[in-house]
Design a protein around this ligand. Structure first.
Ligand code: NAP
Ligand code: ZN
Ligand code: ZN
Length: 351
Protein backbone atom coordinates (compact mmCIF):
# COMPACT_ATOMS: atom_id res chain seq x y z
CA UNK A 1 0.00 0.00 0.00
CA UNK A 2 1.03 3.57 -0.50
CA UNK A 3 -0.82 6.66 0.60
CA UNK A 4 -1.80 9.71 -1.39
CA UNK A 5 -4.06 12.70 -0.90
CA UNK A 6 -7.59 12.83 -2.29
CA UNK A 7 -10.67 14.99 -1.91
CA UNK A 8 -13.63 13.25 -0.32
CA UNK A 9 -17.23 13.76 0.73
CA UNK A 10 -17.59 12.34 4.23
CA UNK A 11 -21.40 12.71 4.32
CA UNK A 12 -24.18 13.78 1.95
CA UNK A 13 -24.35 17.23 3.53
CA UNK A 14 -20.59 17.72 4.05
CA UNK A 15 -18.33 19.89 1.91
CA UNK A 16 -15.62 17.94 0.12
CA UNK A 17 -12.18 18.19 1.71
CA UNK A 18 -8.72 16.58 1.70
CA UNK A 19 -8.25 13.05 3.04
CA UNK A 20 -5.37 10.59 3.14
CA UNK A 21 -6.06 7.54 0.92
CA UNK A 22 -4.43 4.15 0.75
CA UNK A 23 -3.87 2.80 -2.75
CA UNK A 24 -2.78 -0.78 -3.46
CA UNK A 25 0.77 -1.29 -4.70
CA UNK A 26 0.63 -2.22 -8.38
CA UNK A 27 0.24 -5.97 -8.94
CA UNK A 28 1.50 -7.75 -12.08
CA UNK A 29 -1.37 -6.43 -14.25
CA UNK A 30 -1.62 -2.97 -12.72
CA UNK A 31 -0.73 0.46 -13.99
CA UNK A 32 0.04 3.19 -11.45
CA UNK A 33 -0.94 6.59 -12.80
CA UNK A 34 0.05 10.08 -11.66
CA UNK A 35 -3.18 12.00 -12.25
CA UNK A 36 -2.82 15.30 -14.15
CA UNK A 37 -6.46 16.24 -14.66
CA UNK A 38 -9.89 15.00 -13.63
CA UNK A 39 -13.17 16.16 -15.15
CA UNK A 40 -16.16 16.98 -12.94
CA UNK A 41 -19.22 14.96 -13.98
CA UNK A 42 -22.72 15.67 -12.69
CA UNK A 43 -22.65 12.04 -11.50
CA UNK A 44 -19.89 13.06 -9.03
CA UNK A 45 -22.35 15.53 -7.54
CA UNK A 46 -25.27 13.05 -7.51
CA UNK A 47 -22.98 10.54 -5.77
CA UNK A 48 -21.30 12.91 -3.27
CA UNK A 49 -24.74 14.14 -2.17
CA UNK A 50 -26.09 10.55 -2.05
CA UNK A 51 -28.89 11.44 -4.49
CA UNK A 52 -28.90 7.86 -5.81
CA UNK A 53 -29.01 6.56 -2.23
CA UNK A 54 -26.08 4.16 -2.62
CA UNK A 55 -23.08 6.24 -1.61
CA UNK A 56 -20.39 4.68 0.56
CA UNK A 57 -18.70 7.41 2.63
CA UNK A 58 -16.03 8.66 2.55
CA UNK A 59 -16.51 9.03 -1.20
CA UNK A 60 -13.74 10.29 -3.49
CA UNK A 61 -15.46 11.08 -6.81
CA UNK A 62 -13.87 11.49 -10.24
CA UNK A 63 -14.10 9.23 -13.29
CA UNK A 64 -12.69 11.41 -16.05
CA UNK A 65 -9.02 10.78 -15.35
CA UNK A 66 -6.03 11.69 -17.48
CA UNK A 67 -2.49 11.15 -16.27
CA UNK A 68 0.95 9.75 -16.97
CA UNK A 69 2.01 6.21 -16.17
CA UNK A 70 4.27 6.23 -13.10
CA UNK A 71 5.03 2.51 -13.08
CA UNK A 72 3.67 -0.79 -14.35
CA UNK A 73 3.44 -4.38 -13.06
CA UNK A 74 5.54 -7.22 -14.48
CA UNK A 75 2.84 -8.50 -16.89
CA UNK A 76 1.96 -5.11 -18.36
CA UNK A 77 3.15 -4.84 -21.95
CA UNK A 78 0.84 -2.20 -23.49
CA UNK A 79 1.88 0.65 -21.20
CA UNK A 80 5.19 2.14 -20.14
CA UNK A 81 6.28 4.77 -17.63
CA UNK A 82 5.58 8.23 -19.05
CA UNK A 83 2.67 7.21 -21.36
CA UNK A 84 -0.36 9.54 -21.44
CA UNK A 85 -3.35 7.45 -20.35
CA UNK A 86 -6.97 7.75 -19.33
CA UNK A 87 -9.35 6.00 -16.95
CA UNK A 88 -13.12 6.38 -17.20
CA UNK A 89 -16.06 5.15 -15.13
CA UNK A 90 -14.94 1.51 -14.76
CA UNK A 91 -11.82 -0.06 -13.26
CA UNK A 92 -12.82 -3.73 -13.54
CA UNK A 93 -15.59 -6.22 -14.39
CA UNK A 94 -16.07 -10.00 -14.29
CA UNK A 95 -14.52 -10.38 -17.78
CA UNK A 96 -16.33 -13.70 -18.31
CA UNK A 97 -20.01 -12.96 -18.87
CA UNK A 98 -21.39 -12.49 -22.41
CA UNK A 99 -21.41 -8.70 -22.08
CA UNK A 100 -17.78 -8.58 -20.92
CA UNK A 101 -16.71 -10.96 -23.67
CA UNK A 102 -18.36 -8.71 -26.25
CA UNK A 103 -16.59 -5.62 -24.90
CA UNK A 104 -19.68 -4.21 -23.19
CA UNK A 105 -18.16 -4.22 -19.71
CA UNK A 106 -20.55 -1.46 -18.67
CA UNK A 107 -23.35 -4.04 -18.90
CA UNK A 108 -21.37 -6.77 -17.05
CA UNK A 109 -23.90 -9.26 -15.75
CA UNK A 110 -22.15 -9.42 -12.39
CA UNK A 111 -21.76 -5.65 -12.27
CA UNK A 112 -18.68 -3.67 -13.30
CA UNK A 113 -16.45 -2.11 -10.65
CA UNK A 114 -17.00 1.65 -10.77
CA UNK A 115 -13.95 3.91 -10.50
CA UNK A 116 -15.34 5.20 -7.22
CA UNK A 117 -17.97 3.98 -4.80
CA UNK A 118 -17.38 0.35 -5.78
CA UNK A 119 -15.72 -2.70 -4.30
CA UNK A 120 -12.25 -3.58 -5.55
CA UNK A 121 -12.00 -7.09 -6.99
CA UNK A 122 -8.42 -7.23 -5.71
CA UNK A 123 -9.86 -7.27 -2.19
CA UNK A 124 -8.54 -3.87 -1.22
CA UNK A 125 -11.83 -2.34 -0.16
CA UNK A 126 -13.75 0.55 -1.69
CA UNK A 127 -12.65 2.24 -4.91
CA UNK A 128 -11.66 5.90 -4.76
CA UNK A 129 -11.83 8.06 -7.87
CA UNK A 130 -9.84 10.69 -9.65
CA UNK A 131 -10.06 13.63 -7.23
CA UNK A 132 -6.68 12.36 -6.16
CA UNK A 133 -2.96 12.53 -7.03
CA UNK A 134 -2.59 8.88 -8.02
CA UNK A 135 -4.59 5.78 -8.92
CA UNK A 136 -3.77 2.11 -9.58
CA UNK A 137 -5.83 0.39 -12.30
CA UNK A 138 -5.70 -2.99 -14.05
CA UNK A 139 -4.22 -2.54 -17.54
CA UNK A 140 -7.40 -3.89 -19.15
CA UNK A 141 -9.25 -0.75 -18.00
CA UNK A 142 -6.58 1.80 -18.95
CA UNK A 143 -6.99 3.75 -22.20
CA UNK A 144 -4.35 5.22 -24.48
CA UNK A 145 -4.72 8.97 -24.95
CA UNK A 146 -3.57 10.57 -28.24
CA UNK A 147 -0.56 12.76 -27.39
CA UNK A 148 -1.58 15.42 -29.90
CA UNK A 149 -4.68 16.40 -27.89
CA UNK A 150 -4.72 18.79 -24.92
CA UNK A 151 -4.74 16.35 -21.96
CA UNK A 152 -6.91 18.59 -19.77
CA UNK A 153 -9.57 18.84 -22.49
CA UNK A 154 -9.37 15.08 -23.08
CA UNK A 155 -10.34 14.24 -19.48
CA UNK A 156 -14.11 14.79 -20.03
CA UNK A 157 -14.05 12.40 -22.99
CA UNK A 158 -13.61 9.54 -20.50
CA UNK A 159 -17.23 9.90 -19.33
CA UNK A 160 -19.10 12.73 -21.08
CA UNK A 161 -17.44 11.77 -24.37
CA UNK A 162 -18.08 8.03 -24.37
CA UNK A 163 -21.57 8.37 -22.87
CA UNK A 164 -22.69 10.40 -25.89
CA UNK A 165 -20.49 8.71 -28.53
CA UNK A 166 -21.78 5.22 -27.67
CA UNK A 167 -25.54 5.76 -28.20
CA UNK A 168 -24.98 7.93 -31.29
CA UNK A 169 -22.95 5.06 -32.79
CA UNK A 170 -25.26 2.29 -31.55
CA UNK A 171 -28.32 3.95 -33.15
CA UNK A 172 -26.23 4.74 -36.26
CA UNK A 173 -26.73 8.47 -36.24
CA UNK A 174 -25.44 9.99 -39.46
CA UNK A 175 -26.14 11.92 -42.65
CA UNK A 176 -29.79 12.44 -43.58
CA UNK A 177 -31.00 12.29 -39.98
CA UNK A 178 -32.37 15.09 -37.87
CA UNK A 179 -30.97 14.63 -34.38
CA UNK A 180 -31.82 16.45 -31.16
CA UNK A 181 -29.51 16.90 -28.18
CA UNK A 182 -31.25 17.99 -24.97
CA UNK A 183 -29.29 20.00 -22.37
CA UNK A 184 -26.00 21.81 -23.02
CA UNK A 185 -23.88 20.62 -20.12
CA UNK A 186 -20.88 18.30 -20.06
CA UNK A 187 -22.61 15.41 -21.82
CA UNK A 188 -24.77 17.56 -24.09
CA UNK A 189 -21.92 19.60 -25.53
CA UNK A 190 -20.04 16.42 -26.44
CA UNK A 191 -23.27 15.04 -27.94
CA UNK A 192 -23.53 18.12 -30.18
CA UNK A 193 -19.90 17.75 -31.29
CA UNK A 194 -20.19 14.03 -32.06
CA UNK A 195 -23.58 14.21 -33.78
CA UNK A 196 -22.18 16.97 -36.01
CA UNK A 197 -18.97 15.00 -36.68
CA UNK A 198 -21.09 11.98 -37.69
CA UNK A 199 -22.85 14.08 -40.33
CA UNK A 200 -26.32 14.50 -38.82
CA UNK A 201 -28.45 17.65 -38.85
CA UNK A 202 -28.14 18.70 -35.22
CA UNK A 203 -30.67 20.62 -33.14
CA UNK A 204 -29.82 21.61 -29.58
CA UNK A 205 -32.58 22.01 -26.99
CA UNK A 206 -31.61 24.20 -24.06
CA UNK A 207 -33.36 25.91 -21.16
CA UNK A 208 -30.64 28.62 -21.14
CA UNK A 209 -31.01 31.55 -23.55
CA UNK A 210 -27.39 32.42 -22.73
CA UNK A 211 -26.20 29.18 -24.39
CA UNK A 212 -27.73 29.71 -27.86
CA UNK A 213 -24.60 31.22 -29.47
CA UNK A 214 -22.36 28.57 -27.91
CA UNK A 215 -24.67 25.81 -29.14
CA UNK A 216 -24.19 27.03 -32.71
CA UNK A 217 -20.43 27.45 -32.23
CA UNK A 218 -20.14 23.92 -30.85
CA UNK A 219 -21.79 22.47 -33.95
CA UNK A 220 -25.58 22.66 -33.72
CA UNK A 221 -27.35 23.73 -36.93
CA UNK A 222 -30.25 25.11 -34.87
CA UNK A 223 -30.90 25.87 -31.22
CA UNK A 224 -34.39 25.68 -29.72
CA UNK A 225 -35.25 27.23 -26.36
CA UNK A 226 -37.24 24.45 -24.73
CA UNK A 227 -39.20 26.91 -22.56
CA UNK A 228 -40.66 28.47 -25.74
CA UNK A 229 -43.88 26.45 -26.32
CA UNK A 230 -44.33 27.85 -29.83
CA UNK A 231 -40.80 26.89 -30.88
CA UNK A 232 -41.27 23.39 -29.44
CA UNK A 233 -44.60 22.92 -31.25
CA UNK A 234 -42.89 23.61 -34.59
CA UNK A 235 -40.51 20.67 -33.99
CA UNK A 236 -43.23 18.03 -33.44
CA UNK A 237 -42.72 14.78 -35.36
CA UNK A 238 -39.50 15.94 -37.03
CA UNK A 239 -36.74 13.94 -35.32
CA UNK A 240 -35.16 10.56 -36.09
CA UNK A 241 -33.22 10.46 -32.85
CA UNK A 242 -33.00 12.49 -29.63
CA UNK A 243 -30.35 12.18 -26.93
CA UNK A 244 -31.52 13.53 -23.56
CA UNK A 245 -28.63 14.55 -21.26
CA UNK A 246 -30.60 16.47 -18.64
CA UNK A 247 -29.50 15.90 -15.03
CA UNK A 248 -32.81 16.93 -13.38
CA UNK A 249 -36.43 15.88 -13.61
CA UNK A 250 -38.15 17.37 -16.67
CA UNK A 251 -41.01 16.72 -19.07
CA UNK A 252 -39.80 13.82 -21.19
CA UNK A 253 -43.09 13.69 -23.14
CA UNK A 254 -42.33 17.09 -24.65
CA UNK A 255 -39.40 15.38 -26.41
CA UNK A 256 -41.11 12.07 -27.25
CA UNK A 257 -43.64 14.16 -29.21
CA UNK A 258 -40.83 15.52 -31.37
CA UNK A 259 -39.93 12.07 -32.75
CA UNK A 260 -41.04 10.84 -36.18
CA UNK A 261 -42.75 7.46 -36.51
CA UNK A 262 -40.27 4.82 -35.25
CA UNK A 263 -37.95 7.50 -33.92
CA UNK A 264 -35.89 6.89 -30.79
CA UNK A 265 -35.33 8.93 -27.64
CA UNK A 266 -32.34 7.78 -25.61
CA UNK A 267 -31.99 8.92 -22.02
CA UNK A 268 -28.44 9.34 -20.73
CA UNK A 269 -29.17 11.94 -18.04
CA UNK A 270 -29.90 10.25 -14.72
CA UNK A 271 -32.32 12.33 -12.58
CA UNK A 272 -32.85 11.05 -9.06
CA UNK A 273 -36.61 10.54 -9.46
CA UNK A 274 -38.57 8.55 -12.13
CA UNK A 275 -39.71 10.36 -15.29
CA UNK A 276 -43.41 9.88 -16.12
CA UNK A 277 -43.74 8.63 -19.72
CA UNK A 278 -46.89 9.12 -21.78
CA UNK A 279 -47.69 5.71 -23.23
CA UNK A 280 -49.84 7.35 -25.90
CA UNK A 281 -46.89 9.31 -27.19
CA UNK A 282 -45.05 6.01 -27.65
CA UNK A 283 -47.81 3.92 -29.18
CA UNK A 284 -49.32 6.47 -31.54
CA UNK A 285 -46.15 6.54 -33.63
CA UNK A 286 -44.39 3.33 -32.53
CA UNK A 287 -41.74 5.48 -30.89
CA UNK A 288 -38.85 4.01 -28.89
CA UNK A 289 -37.69 5.18 -25.48
CA UNK A 290 -34.36 3.77 -24.33
CA UNK A 291 -31.36 4.38 -22.11
CA UNK A 292 -27.64 4.00 -22.50
CA UNK A 293 -24.81 3.65 -19.99
CA UNK A 294 -21.31 5.04 -20.70
CA UNK A 295 -19.53 2.68 -23.14
CA UNK A 296 -17.31 -0.41 -23.15
CA UNK A 297 -13.52 -0.32 -23.08
CA UNK A 298 -13.01 -1.13 -26.81
CA UNK A 299 -15.51 1.57 -27.80
CA UNK A 300 -13.93 4.08 -25.40
CA UNK A 301 -10.56 3.52 -27.10
CA UNK A 302 -12.27 3.85 -30.51
CA UNK A 303 -13.80 7.16 -29.35
CA UNK A 304 -10.44 8.50 -28.12
CA UNK A 305 -8.80 7.52 -31.42
CA UNK A 306 -11.68 9.18 -33.34
CA UNK A 307 -11.16 12.35 -31.27
CA UNK A 308 -7.44 12.24 -32.05
CA UNK A 309 -8.15 11.94 -35.79
CA UNK A 310 -10.82 14.64 -35.82
CA UNK A 311 -9.30 16.97 -33.23
CA UNK A 312 -12.27 16.74 -30.88
CA UNK A 313 -11.98 17.59 -27.19
CA UNK A 314 -14.24 19.11 -24.53
CA UNK A 315 -14.63 22.85 -23.92
CA UNK A 316 -13.38 23.17 -20.38
CA UNK A 317 -13.03 25.53 -17.47
CA UNK A 318 -10.04 24.62 -15.33
CA UNK A 319 -10.49 24.81 -11.55
CA UNK A 320 -8.36 24.30 -8.46
CA UNK A 321 -9.22 21.35 -6.24
CA UNK A 322 -10.45 23.68 -3.50
CA UNK A 323 -13.00 25.22 -5.92
CA UNK A 324 -14.97 21.98 -6.24
CA UNK A 325 -17.91 23.13 -4.12
CA UNK A 326 -18.27 26.28 -6.25
CA UNK A 327 -18.18 24.11 -9.36
CA UNK A 328 -20.95 21.88 -7.95
CA UNK A 329 -23.04 24.94 -7.07
CA UNK A 330 -22.65 26.30 -10.60
CA UNK A 331 -23.54 22.90 -12.10
CA UNK A 332 -26.80 22.97 -10.17
CA UNK A 333 -27.57 26.35 -11.76
CA UNK A 334 -26.79 24.91 -15.26
CA UNK A 335 -23.87 27.36 -15.30
CA UNK A 336 -21.35 25.00 -16.89
CA UNK A 337 -19.19 25.97 -19.88
CA UNK A 338 -19.03 23.11 -20.60
CA UNK A 339 -17.03 20.91 -18.26
CA UNK A 340 -15.07 21.77 -15.13
CA UNK A 341 -11.69 20.06 -15.03
CA UNK A 342 -9.58 19.91 -11.88
CA UNK A 343 -5.89 20.68 -12.25
CA UNK A 344 -4.47 17.99 -9.97
CA UNK A 345 -1.31 20.03 -9.36
CA UNK A 346 -3.54 22.07 -7.02
CA UNK A 347 -4.29 19.08 -4.76
CA UNK A 348 -2.77 19.67 -1.30
CA UNK A 349 0.49 17.72 -0.76
CA UNK A 350 -0.67 16.54 2.65
CA UNK A 351 -3.80 16.53 4.78
P1 NAP B 1 -24.36 18.99 -16.44
O1 NAP B 1 -23.03 19.36 -17.02
O2 NAP B 1 -24.76 19.55 -15.14
O3 NAP B 1 -25.45 19.34 -17.57
C1 NAP B 1 -26.81 19.09 -17.43
C2 NAP B 1 -27.59 20.08 -18.28
O4 NAP B 1 -28.97 19.74 -18.21
C3 NAP B 1 -27.57 21.51 -17.77
O5 NAP B 1 -26.41 22.22 -18.13
C4 NAP B 1 -28.82 22.09 -18.40
O6 NAP B 1 -28.59 22.42 -19.78
C5 NAP B 1 -29.76 20.91 -18.37
N1 NAP B 1 -30.68 21.01 -17.22
C6 NAP B 1 -30.35 21.04 -15.92
N2 NAP B 1 -31.45 21.11 -15.15
C7 NAP B 1 -32.48 21.10 -15.98
C8 NAP B 1 -33.89 21.12 -15.81
N3 NAP B 1 -34.44 21.19 -14.58
N4 NAP B 1 -34.67 21.07 -16.90
C9 NAP B 1 -34.13 21.01 -18.13
N5 NAP B 1 -32.79 21.01 -18.35
C10 NAP B 1 -31.99 21.04 -17.29
O7 NAP B 1 -24.47 17.41 -16.28
P2 NAP B 1 -23.67 16.23 -17.04
O8 NAP B 1 -22.41 15.96 -16.33
O9 NAP B 1 -23.68 16.51 -18.48
O10 NAP B 1 -24.62 15.00 -16.71
C11 NAP B 1 -25.96 14.97 -17.15
C12 NAP B 1 -26.68 13.78 -16.54
O11 NAP B 1 -26.15 12.59 -17.14
C13 NAP B 1 -26.48 13.61 -15.05
O12 NAP B 1 -27.71 13.16 -14.49
C14 NAP B 1 -25.43 12.52 -14.95
O13 NAP B 1 -25.48 11.81 -13.73
C15 NAP B 1 -25.83 11.66 -16.10
N6 NAP B 1 -24.78 10.78 -16.61
C16 NAP B 1 -25.18 9.60 -17.15
C17 NAP B 1 -24.25 8.76 -17.71
C18 NAP B 1 -24.69 7.49 -18.37
O14 NAP B 1 -23.87 6.59 -18.53
N7 NAP B 1 -25.92 7.38 -18.77
C19 NAP B 1 -22.90 9.11 -17.71
C20 NAP B 1 -22.53 10.33 -17.17
C21 NAP B 1 -23.48 11.17 -16.63
P3 NAP B 1 -29.29 23.70 -20.45
O15 NAP B 1 -28.77 24.88 -19.68
O16 NAP B 1 -28.79 23.64 -21.84
O17 NAP B 1 -30.76 23.51 -20.36
ZN1 ZN C 1 -19.70 10.68 -15.46
ZN1 ZN D 1 -19.07 -9.44 -16.85
Amino acid sequence: MFSCVGYAATAADARLGPVKLDRRDPGPDDVQIDILYCGVCHSDLHQARNEWQNTIFPCVPGHEIVGRVAKVGASVTRFHAGDLVGVGCMVDSCRECPSCREGFEQYCEVGFVPTYNGEERQGGGITFGGYSRAVVVDQAFVLKVPEKLDPAAVAPLLCAGITTYSPLRHWKVGPGQRVGIVGLGGLGHMGVKFARAFGAEVVLFTTSASKVADGLRLGAHEVVLSKDAGAMAKERGRFDFILDAVAANHDINAYLDLLKRDGTLVQVGAPETPLPVSVFSLLMKRRNFSGSLIGGIPETQEMLDFCGEHDITADIEMIRMDQIEDAYARMLRSDVKYRFVIDMATMPESV
